[in-house]
Design a protein. Structure first.
Ligand code: IPM
Ligand code: MG
Length: 356
């Protein structure tokens, strides 16, 4: 098959992990007879420096015209001034909104060989295999009004947690469907004891449960969910939640996998190009050293093959190669090892060559 993939390396370690991941995609293409056409564009701090904005209209248009978008990470100390009008993160938000990718899937598995890399006890991690479905284009990140103002000499800041019923329905629908293909347990995470938006969310989820009778739906308050994620993580199958709750819970869930560097994500909408990115940030502290863990991005590429290009066998092959490399003891610095970004990728490539 032929596919157009836009690469948005971004800032910090973003370029390092995306560059290595492209080698994996190119190997898959060569081995399985596909043609991937890569186009690279700026996003984040690099785009601010060059164009004064974190994502240009042209770059967004190229993403829209593609089959899938692979993003590294954005941000860094250079653009961290809280008073700045333009921020790297605006690029990601504009991209998510511009592509209409309302569902962010963040699968979390605890590989047995990485149990030692997690601060949790190994017996807690046994059997952990969950997916957080994070609503991505609404909620507290996008609600209006959003402002800072000075009133009678005092400063005030406002963010708004806002949802329309259709936004809640479509993310829940996707989560129900995902649960259907898995262990058929869905945890809807909210704060319905306090927030009006959560009460609407919960009411919609309860109504939808009637249409999905074979799925076991439970409702959980977000603070309880945060506690359960470390107290009994193996008890979860699919979780679905508001944008910012999902942001927070998935950093927490990364602890289960041993490192932020391990976790991939897929952001999907209504049939347009999907957006794939590791959940980690630009890691300015290690940028430029070539030691970042590429696996979160490589696993994101696997999700890209699965969801946007419908190449399930290819996606599986990459995931199996990552599993095998981890089992064999391959480790980057975040996992207490000594492999560079390139060496870790070489380990994946070697296993893919043997398998294909
Ligand atoms: C994430 C990140 C982003 C978010 C930032 C970089 C805008 O933390 O993808 O989880 O908050 O969504
Ligand atoms: Mg985050």
């Amino acid at each position: 098959m032929k596919a157009k993939i836009v690469l948005l390396p971004g800032d910090g370690i973003g370029g390092e992990v995306v560059r290595e991941t492209v080698r994996v995609l190119e190997l898959m293409a060569a081995r399985r007879g596909h043609t991937f056409e890569f186009t690279e564009r700026l996003i984040g701090g690099g785009s601010i420096d060059q164009h004064g904005t974190a994502l240009t209209d042209e770059a967004l248009a190229d993403c829209r015209a593609s089959d899938a978008v692979l993003l590294g990470a954005v941000g860094g100390p250079k653009w961290d001034d809280p008073a700045a009008k333009v921020r790297p993160e605006q690029g990601i938000l504009a991209l998510r909104k511009g592509l209409g990718v309302f569902a962010n899937l963040r699968p979390v598995r605890a590989h047995p060989a990485l149990a030692g890399a997690s601060p949790l006890r190994p017996e807690k991690l046994a059997g952990v295999d969950l997916v957080v479905v994070r609503e991505l284009t609404g909620g507290l990140y996008f609600g209006q009004p959003k402002k800072r103002e000075v009133i009678d000499g005092r400063e005030r800041a406002v963010d708004t947690l806002e949802y329309w019923d259709y936004e809640v329905r479509r993310i829940l629908e996707l989560a129900f469907r995902l649960a259907q293909d898995r262990r058929r347990r869905l945890t809807s995470v909210d704060k319905a004891n306090i927030l009006e938006s959560s009460r609407m969310w919960r009411a919609i989820a309860m109504r939808m449960a009637a249409e999905h009778e074979n799925i076991l739906l439970e409702h959980m308050l977000v603070d309880t969910a945060a506690m359960r994620l470390v107290a009994n993580p193996a008890g979860f199958d699919v979780l679905v939640t508001e944008n910012m709750f999902g942001d927070i819970l998935t950093d927490e869930a990364a602890v289960l996998a041993g490192s932020m560097g391990m976790l991939p994500s897929a952001s999907l909408g209504d049939g347009g190009p999907g957006l794939y990115e590791p959940i980690h940030g630009s890691a300015p502290d290690i940028a430029g050293q070539g030691i970042a863990n590429p696996l979160g991005t490589i696993l994101s590429a696997a999700l890209l093959l699965r969801y946007s290009l419908h190449l399930e066998a290819e996606a599986r092959a990459i995931e199996d190669a990552v599993d095998a490399a981890i089992t064999a003891g391959c480790r980057t610095a975040d996992l207490g090892g000594g492999l560079s970004t390139r060496q870790m990728t070489d380990e994946i490539l070697a296993r893919l060559r043997d398998a294909a």
